[in-house]
Ligand binder design. Sequence first.
Ligand code: SF4
Length: 373
Amino acid sequence: MLELAANTDPDLINDLQTKGMRLVDPRAGHESRRGGAGPSDHKAVSFGDTTVMVPVHTAPAFESPYLVEAPTADGLARVTKDGADIGRVRFPGRPRFYDLTTADGIPYNKIAVLHSRDVLATTILQTCIRYESRKKTCQFCSIGQSLAAGRTVAHKTPEQLAEVAKAAVELDGVKHMVMTTGTPPGRDRGAAVLAESARAVKAVVDLPIQVQCEPPEDDVWHQRMKDAGADALGMHLEAVTQEVRERIMPGKASVPLEKYFSSFEAAVRVFGRGQVSTYILAGLGDTRDAIVEMSARLVAMGVYPFVVPFVPISGTPLESHPAPDSDFMASILEPVSKLVVDGGLKASDIKAGCGKCGACSALSIYEKLRIKA
Ligand code: SF4
């Protein structure tokens, strides 16, 4: 049975990322992501030299036609769809830095975790002004769940982040870091805590960093984050039409789309074309055309539109919302990959972050196919 090579089959990745997979041995590979900011409840799976995140703890995943068996001695695990063999995959191993503890007694994996196979990810503030009330919360987000379950700490200090980042580079060879944050009260929208964290990490280890926050009130924060050591910035739209924004994320929708656009423009002047990105969740109600049109507008501004399938996370208000189907994803990612390649904004040119990692979407696989063609 052949080891599957994802870089030749984006349709398979769309199908897996929308349907999820069932695991015979849930302990295989490193711990799956549960809770945290943004999309979650995934497990990293390697197809040849491509690693993607596949939902495992979600409602669709429990019904998925994809079943992954326990890995054999060679590290390969058989995958079947409706009982028929489709190939074999690997799970990235448990990182060594997970076994360490900070001087103040906190396990390193409560400070930051491995995403995909070479990305260190942390949610600096595990609380959010948008999460305080049911009325305002982003309906897809589970930022409070991992905190409530004791899997993380509420505020990771710069010193803790620096200590963990250094170990993750030295012990596990991580290549870049994603720092996201819940939105704190205040006009900087989290930029201040991101800047102080990036500065602390860069002081001890040479690791490219993407910071992620809502658009700061004052554009001066883009330069401050860059000067502190951030290499790339994500400001995430999630939904692209106002009606969907208000329904799915009523608190965040109070920030007008125009504010995002002016902040993107200012950020591209600081970080450069392609080093500013946004996350767009397909499947929340935005039409295909709305997402593709928004992507075209973003690419023209120099912003990388990282379009990912919405995954309904257990315990959130949207846990029973259907995931998009793979044809819908293909109908968006195919044209968006053309937009980004024609616009000179390839995932592989991003210095750090979700767009560079690409594991939550098949977008970068479409890009590679387009570049090869
Ligand atoms: S794309 Fe972003 S959220 Fe997804 S695995 Fe990579 S770093 Fe994590």
